[in-house]
Design a protein around this ligand. Structure first.
Ligand code: UDX
Ligand code: ADP
Length: 463
């Protein structure tokens, strides 16, 4: 079977870039990305390419090339489903905020809505691909909804987890380490799997396209993220010990990373990991393990999250302690709000939690981030429901000029590893600040020696 028409439901951080790259690399396939969010679709269609709603290096060029050639963005979901042979589900699957599994299980309501919509519209056989991060056995649930509510047409479910990291999405999609496709292990299943393999084979070597059963594929996604997050929590645990003993976590990290069995990636100590996947996926894993009565397994993975929460709290309390145990009424500048550099995504960003702790101590915070909009900062902090939104606005200002922000500030906290922070005129910043001027580098990116020479009191993670 040769796929000529693809639809993707969900034009977010996963659906948008993934479909843009598929369309770019497969000019013979018509790719339509649909979303219920009209503003988002409008932004994807904006004539000014710099207004597309997701910031990713290299994405603008790819969209500019493919858009209106074979890549389309639309709100007409039914039409796109009807025309497509293959439908990707890329809607969000946040952690449940209510009811059973609250705070742990994935909220599958958007997925279920999609499945029901596909079932009600489809008049021909469809291959349905789950692309969102989902708990194990979701494919089964989708299949059950489709088969029981559909119009008698056949549905084949594939799991094709996304391994792209934000900030490097385009590169990750163009040159993936591997593409994973899980499907049913029967004749029809193989046909569906091969149809998707052929799509990727337009630019990915077949040796890098791995096929498995559906459950292995779903669980591999959760496991990959859990292992990556575990490395960050492991090195962060060591960073706390370094600060007490005089060891330097950067040196430890380098030394262990050169062991080829360990490897050097994902060993950068930080204020804590964020992003839409790590926490959510581990919580999923914990929830699944618990639901099968595997309490030790659940506890083991839950500790990765606990360590991450500890690291964020520890960073905030170090600031308070260092500023003579009070930050009340003091201005603290946040450099960065996004969960990592080169993205405007702030989901689960460590900055949000550090801000919350400092606001509890009555600090005033000035936030500067090169890509995050003001309203998003307020939305993130309001969503914690710790205090009224008026109070949040009173104590947080979001600024466009990092130098202005530093005027009369007592301390700077580096929360995101944006490259531009490294090249700032730190002398100029020093001159504007209250003395002693403190810098807390939560990302270990600033040249501490240089700052100390200027006169700053400089602290970083794990030293
Ligand atoms: C992750 C996975 O990498 C990706 O494969 C999956 O599909 C989605 O989840 P992403 O959340 O975009 O991607 O970002 P990632 O680069 O993995 O970073 C996650 C968090 O860990 C960030 O907050 C980052 O700053 C932090 N991190 C990463 C560290 O603190 N130290 C490190 O050494 C690496
Ligand atoms: P991700 O990082 O997983 O891509 P996002 O939140 O960036 O998550 O994107 C998910 C998108 O899916 C959002 O733009 C949301 O509006 C869209 N969406 C959610 N449910 C539906 C639905 N039933 N039909 C169409 N689009 C949906």
């Amino acid at each position: 079977m040769v796929v000529r028409n693809i639809c993707c439901i969900g034009a977010g951080y996963v659906g948008g870039p993934t479909m843009a790259v598929i369309a770019y690399k497969c000019p013979d396939i018509k790719v339509t990305v649909v979303d219920v969010n009209e503003a988002r679709i409008k932004a994807w269609n904006d004539e000014d390419i710099s207004n597309i709603p997701i910031y990713e290096p290299g994405l603008e060029d790819i969209v500019a090339e493919a858009r209106d050639r074979n890549l389309f963005f639309s709100t007409d979901i039914e039409k796109a489903i009807d025309e497509a042979e293959m439908i990707f589900i890329s809607v969000n699957t946040p952690t449940k905020t209510y009811g059973l599994g609250k705070g742990k299980a994935a909220d599958l309501k958007y997925i279920e809505l999609c499945a029901r919509q596909i079932a009600s519209v489809a008049k021909t056989d469809k291959i349905v691909v789950e692309k969102s991060t989902l708990p194990v056995r979701t494919a089964e649930a989708i299949k059950s909804i489709l088969d029981n509510t559909g119009n008698g047409v056949k549905f084949h479910i594939l799991s094709n987890p996304e391994f792209l990291a934000e900030g490097t999405a385009v590169q990750d999609l163009l040159n993936p380490d591997r593409v994973l496709i899980g499907g049913e292990t029967n004749e029809d299943g193989f046909v569906a799997i091969n149809a998707l393999v052929d799509v990727y084979a337009n630019w990915v070597g077949r040796d890098k396209i791995l096929t498995t059963n559906v459950w292995s594929s779903e669980l591999s996604k959760l496991t990959a993220n859990a292992f990556l997050a575990q490395r960050v929590s492991s090195i962060n645990a060591i960073s706390a010990l370094c600060e007490q003993t005089g060891a330097d976590v950067n040196e430890v990290s380098k030394a262990i990373g050169m062991d080829s069995r360990i490897g050097s990636k994902f060993l950068k100590a930080s204020v804590g990991f964020g992003g839409s996947c790590f926490q959510k996926d581990i919580l999923n894993l914990v929830y699944i393990a618990k639901s099968y009565g595997l309490n030790e397994v659940a506890d083991y993975w839950e500790q990765v999250i606990k360590m991450n929460d500890y690291q964020k709290r520890r960073f905030a309390s170090n600031i308070v302690k260092t500023l003579y145990n009070t930050v009340s009424g003091k201005k603290i500048v946040f450099l960065g709000w996004a969960f990592k550099k080169d993205t405007n995504d702030t989901r689960e960003s460590a900055a949000i939690y550090v801000a919350d702790d400092l606001l509890n101590e009555e600090a005033n915070i000035a936030v500067y981030d090169p890509k995050v909009e003001k309203e998003i900062v307020y939305r993130d902090i309001d969503n914690l429901n710790t205090r009224t939104s008026e109070l949040n606005r009173k104590h947080i200002e979001v600024v466009n000029d990092p130098y202005e922000a530093c005027k009369d500030a007592y301390a700077i906290a580096v929360l995101t590893e944006w490259d531009e922070f490294k090249t700032y005129d730190w002398q100029r910043i020093y001159d504007k600040m209250k003395k002693p001027a403190f810098v807390f580098d939560g990302r270990n990116i600033i040249d501490g020696e240089k700052l100390r020479e200027i006169g700053f009191v400089f602290r970083r993670i794990g030293n």
